[in-house]
Design a protein around this ligand. Structure first.
Ligand code: ARG
Length: 569
């Protein structure tokens, strides 16, 4: 439990002891305040709100409660004008916290709260034959972080890359390839070559509209499982994924399944039939839709008038497939906010089909838009930033910074990779998902302020302190950690597990980003104001243990958001 919760418990116990049988209905923890000056205590509890229930003036209440408080290991209390001021037993708090963290430092913050539960997470979900651009960065990084967080809390995670690999465009692409493409060019040029072919198709089709029919015919062949069509189509997929893999490897992202839209092609028939059997389909201009008037949403289109299914139909098939295959307790869709309506409709339809779990097990984990140095990223306007290029530049820029700051560093390239990529990841997970992000190089790669490199640098600083200290035999004297700065660090260490749980509960990785950033700041403040390796050996040992704990927790936190932690930089 966090220290604040523990103090709240002390207050509650005192109320029970001093006023037996009275129900106060008070949320004690919410009322606890932090006094502006630590001389007035670490926490203060105002007794005013208890007046009514206890039929007594606040000063009298404070006096009675103060007398009833009995938790010398944790704190002592004073009563001042209707307030209870709590002074933590700082030495005990330090001992207690550090012993807990260091008992199994890699696991601090982890738990088994998710044991026995399964979460499916749909993220990244890129489109075949399109280059990975920064519009897909957030879904990739948020999903990756959530997977790590859920794993850490004992859930079984199933990460799914729901590939966009279905649609008439693939027929057109095959048509273009057959006419103007060749194998070597595609192998060499990858997605760029496919795009070139696709663009050419559209240009030529202006002059020769019969090409459209040819494209459609190729798509029909894919649908019907024609050998040649499928072979080319699957090869396009392989080529796209090979490029994407490079980015995934660089980011440390992985998936359990790449079952995308095409995987559900032969499963849409059954879903449409089920909708029909359940009386949910109505016809509208020849198309089949589920009417959602009652829920104030436009109709959900499942079969077009030409009989073709849609993205939505495949999503319906996918959610049922996932439920039957993985028996999830939760299924997350990490997809841009623009698709809000689609998911609201989808979840509603699943519920209408008679699956009550749709209500609390399906969640659209939405996020805002990314812009780049003030420019929005519309493909049409040409401001497309490709992820591989962005990450490459990030590494180059990180290398420049390292060359200035620490030219003699060994394995500079490796560190530049960790710092450059980390800077991008951090910028993406710095704020609440729904906020739009504007990415600026100067901000992302700054070593000061709230940035990835700053947190990594603090980790490296802790490592350096540990190296300098070498082995230390003395038993730690925790009374050396009673100052405000050390206590601030300790509190953040103590509450780290709660931060991780909150991030999981709300599907907000930024809560972990914030936790490590606050910890880094608090440790740096401590570092500047105290000499760690001076004075009594036992005091040094305590300060080192604090440093060690910070180092471990920062490493865990960075891992949870998808960043690496270089030991020197
Ligand atoms: N491929 C889609 C896109 O890039 C995202 C798919 C998200 N997942 C899903 N099950 N709909 O917009």
């Amino acid at each position: 439990m966090e220290i604040k919760g523990m103090i709240a418990q002390v207050v509650e116990n005192a109320v029970k002891a001093a006023f037996p049988g009275v129900e106060t209905g008070i949320a004690y923890e919410a009322l606890l305040e932090v006094p502006p000056d630590s001389k007035m205590g670490d926490f203060a509890f105002p007794c005013f709100r208890l007046s009514k229930a206890l039929r007594m003036g606040p000063p009298m209440i404070a006096q009675k409660l103060c007398a009833a408080i009995d938790a010398p290991e944790l704190c002592r209390a004073e009563n001042v004008n209707g307030y209870l001021n709590f002074f933590l037993n700082r030495e005990n708090f330090a001992r207690d916290t550090l012993q807990k963290v260091m008992a199994d430092p890699e696991k601090w913050g982890s738990s088994q709260e998710g044991a026995g539960k399964t979460v499916c997470m749909d993220y990244s979900s890129i489109n075949i034959a399109k280059r990975f651009h920064i519009g897909h960065l957030s879904t990739t990084m948020i999903g990756n972080s959530l997977r790590r967080i859920y794993d850490f809390l004992g859930w079984k995670t199933v990460s799914i890359n729901h590939l966009g690999d279905w649609g008439t465009q693939f027929g057109k692409m095959i048509c273009a390839y057959k006419r103007w493409g060749n194998k070597e060019e595609v192998e060499k040029g990858g997605v760029d070559e496919m795009t070139r072919l696709y663009v050419r198709f559209h240009e030529e089709a202006k002059e020769h509209p019969e090409l459209e029919d040819e494209g459609r015919a190729w798509f029909k062949k894919i649908e019907d499982g024609d050998e040649e069509a499928l072979a080319i189509f699957n090869w396009f997929k392989e080529v796209t994924l090979k490029d994407a893999m490079k980015v995934y490897d660089l980011l440390g992202v992985r998936f359990d399944s790449y079952a995308g839209e095409s995987f559900y092609h032969d499963k849409t028939g059954a879903v449409v039939q089920e909708l029909r059997d359940k009386g949910l389909l109505t016809e509208s201009d020849g198309a089949q839709v589920v009417n959602l008037d009652e829920y104030k949403m436009p109709p959900f289109l499942v079969v077009k008038s030409d009989g073709a299914t849609l993205y939505a139909t495949r999503d319906l098939a996918a959610v049922l497939y996932r439920k039957n295959t993985y028996h999830f307790d939760k299924c997350l869709y990490v997809v841009a906010y623009q698709q809000d309506l689609h998911f609201r409709q989808l979840f509603q339809v699943v519920e209408m089909m008679g699956y009550p779990w749709a209500k609390d097990q399906l969640e659209h984990v939405a996020f805002g838009m990314v812009s780049y140095e003030g420019q929005s990223l519309s493909t049409r306007a040409g401001h497309v930033i490709y992820l591989d290029e962005l990450l490459k530049r990030a590494q180059e820029k990180a290398l420049d910074v390292i060359n200035q700051k620490n030219p003699n560093l060994e394995n500079k390239e490796e560190v530049a990779r960790q710092v450059g990529v980390g800077a991008v990841v951090y910028s993406d997970l710095q704020n609440s998902r729904i906020k739009d992000i504007d990415f600026w190089w100067d901000r992302a790669l700054n070593f000061d302020g709230e940035t990835g490199p700053y947190v990594q640098y603090t980790f490296a600083r802790c490592c350096s302190v540990m190296r300098k200290a070498g082995d230390m035999d003395a038993a730690p004297d925790y009374s050396a950690l009673q100052d405000d700065e050390a206590q601030a660090v300790l509190r953040l260490l103590a509450r780290f597990p709660e931060d991780v749980r909150a991030a999981c509960r709300t599907n907000e990785p930024f809560m972990v980003t914030r936790a490590v950033t606050e910890l880094a700041k608090a440790y740096n403040k401590y570092y500047y104001e105290h000499r760690i390796l001076e004075g009594e050996q036992s005091a040094q040992a305590a300060r080192m243990q604090l440093t060690d704990a910070v180092r471990r927790v920062i490493k865990t936190g960075l891992y949870l958001i998808g960043m690496e932690a270089p030991e020197r930089m």
